[in-house]
Ligand binder design. Structure first.
Ligand SMILES: *Cc1c(COP(=O)(O)O)cnc(C)c1O
Length: 221
């Protein structure tokens, strides 16, 4: 296998942007899910003009972006993986958007960190639309209460919802449901869709799709 990360990544990115433009009159923002990708590929994405990245782990993101952040002031870094309360301050320091708020304890930890650091990343609430016991995300029945806690008591900037549908079900109904929940609560951003189903998500009104392997190629282990 020949490895020419710069042309490969630039080409994959261009293909994805074209597919998104075809899938929707208002194409979603392409979030490059960069977990476990090489520095070469990250730098190739940056060289191609990409600026919006999603990371799963706070620590991995810190080492990857600390320096590049100063090089690229127009970066947008989004946390798309689960967040532990003891990492709330680190997350608030690094990320522009945190997509995975899913419980009151985490919302309170983030509010405290925002206050202390005087920094307010925008927040999405992750919804467990498939009610999967092993999966992160607030249950649909507890969503309203969590939104209310964030907005009213904690004054946190909640601007959208995020979901990861069950792997063994068609994703479309989950995307449609998330869009409906977002409408109901007056939330603008809908982060949904990955490498296998981003076009479906775009068709159901995603504002952000999180694409890893189709953007960069297979992940390292
Ligand atoms: C890894 C990951 C993605 C991207 O997955 P691909 O299938 O590689 O596109 C998207 N969202 C989340 C939350 C992820 O963890």
């Amino acid at each position: 296998m020949t490895d020419k990360p710069s042309s490969d990544v630039a080409q994959k990115r261009a293909t994805l942007l074209a597919k998104l433009a075809d899938a929707s009159a208002r194409p979603p923002t392409l979030v490059a899910a960069s977990k476990r990708q090489s520095d070469e590929r990250i730098d190739a994405a940056l060289a191609a003009g990409h600026r919006v990245f999603g990371e799963n782990r706070v620590q991995e993101a810190q080492s990857r972006w600390a320096e590049r952040r100063t090089q690229y002031p127009d970066l947008e870094l989004r946390l798309i993986g689960p967040l532990q309360t003891n990492k709330a301050e680190d997350a608030v320091t690094l990320f522009d958007v945190i997509e995975t708020v899913d419980r009151p304890k985490l919302a309170r930890a983030l509010a405290k960190a925002c206050e202390k650091l005087d920094r307010r990343p925008e927040l999405l609430i992750q919804v467990n639309t498939g009610d999967e016991p092993q999966k992160a995300g607030v249950s649909v029945t507890e969503l309203s209460a969590l939104i209310q806690l964030c907005r009213q008591e904690l004054a946190l900037p909640v601007i959208g919802l995020m979901c990861i549908p069950p792997a063994d079900e068609p994703a479309g109904p989950h995307f449609a449901f998330l869009a409906k929940l977002a409408d109901r609560h007056g939330l603008q951003q809908r982060s949904m869709g990955m490498s296998g189903d981003f076009e479906t998500a775009a068709g159901f009104g995603a504002t952000h799709v999180r694409v890893g392997t189709a953007f960069f190629g297979e992940r390292e282990h």
